[in-house]
Design a protein around this ligand. Sequence first.
Ligand code: NAP
Length: 495
Amino acid sequence: MRPQLCLTLTGSTLDEDLQILNNYRSQVDMAELRVDFLEDEEKSKVSAFPQMAGVPCILTIRRTIDGGKWEASEECRSALFEKIFSECDELESSNNFAFVDFEEDFHSVILETAAKATGARIIRSVHDFEKPVTDIIERVKSLQNGTDEIAKIAFMPLGLKDVTNLFQQAAQLEGDHILLAMGPYGIPSRILAAKLGNYLTFTSPAAANSLGNLAHLDPVTMNEIYHFRQITKDTAIYGITGFPLAATSSPKLHNDGYKLHNMDAVYVPVKAEHVEEALEFNKTVNLTGMSVTIPHKEKVMPMLVEISSEVKEIGACNTIVKRADGWHGYNTDAPGFTRALKEFLGVENLKGRKVAVIGAGGAACAIIYAIKKLGAETCIFNRTVSKAETLAKKFDCEYAGLDESVLPKLKEYSEIIVQTTSKGMNSAEPANADNDPIFFYDFDGHEQIYDIVYVPEVTPVMGRAAAAGCRVCNGFDMLRYQGYEQFDLFTGVKY
Ligand code: NAP
């Protein structure tokens, strides 16, 4: 059986919870009612909820020590459980809670008997919000304790290695269980619930932030980006690693591709502080193709059995593929940028053309490599002149700083300007000296501006250039095309 997708409901009233469930009804299989989030007067009406919900429900009254909001005494909590079970429908168990969550240290023969009499199955849970649980196999056995209870372990990993350990040990487990690593490191444990053999995985509404630190994904993301319901133990796994690996649009691009080509595959974010940890995770879950982003693009190189000529020349690897003899490294930023720039300019090469590259960071390396391959003369302009100089020596081009003193040089190279700094990224303001790296330069309309940044869609420098009559383009196509190249490398199929 595939893992069930369970929506955790943390509304303050039952009506609010029902409304939230209705918003996601087609996306989930079941719901967890977090009674500890309800207003006091609502808590007395809880037994009616499963019938209102019309899906299997988990009854959870989570104590503060386990990360919940139940502050009253254990006697009060037991009394509420007892009341809920006593009000259950004796004739129709589908009107009752299908599951009840009792913590590892909460044992009450009376309540367990009462719960079972209403048709509820016990989830026996452990939560650690501070540190990882490492002895997974022993702990699951002890939670199950020879009964048909579902063992649940949820913990906060300190790094990816704790998540890897979870996957390693899960492979040896029997019986129903729910294993979850919380927080951003743990996202693979939610998406790859089928690989963990999990009975269910938890999701939250997109807007819910009461559970934000748990890094629940919302049901729409689970289904529409990760195709959660199609993932089985046999599904091929690919992913992206980086640190801190914040927002990335790569999962959507790759997962859309698998769907388009009817492939049984999934692409997941694998946050790793150290790239070695990502490779260990890959080995454990049999992940065979990975996008590599900041800050691992250089550090991954010594771990590869072979690197492409592009990786060698650029000095950065953004794609690794597992073959029989080990990991092979590629750089798809350069071909992705080449394709996007050629399309934008409507040319096949840049022979006899001059190109200004603004910035000398990691992305600039691949871009200068690509521009040189297209045959252009290049000048690199960077705030830290020494970095521009290093790149200029490497790729045999000119370099300069990034202030008014370089205006004559920038004018000389102004026909095509490729902006690669992060200065305008995420800026919603019109161009100014703080978000536009060449604010000192006045466009006259003849320039063509390719900005590799794509958030916002129109970056400050693009907006200013377009207002002066220049043709402009953002970096979204570069991102897309480098992803297509990765897709080809991972799967052997053209995107
Ligand atoms: P990086 O290695 O950190 O380099 C950052 C560059 O921006 C450096 O040249 C840095 O200059 C410059 N910079 C940063 N703040 C500045 C400021 N206030 N004033 C002037 N220059 C400043 O980053 P990266 O990997 O090259 O990425 C750069 C940008 O490209 C990011 O926004 C990233 O999202 C985007 N990107 C897009 C794609 C795509 O597919 N479209 C691919 C890769 C990257 P200094 O050397 O003086 O610090």
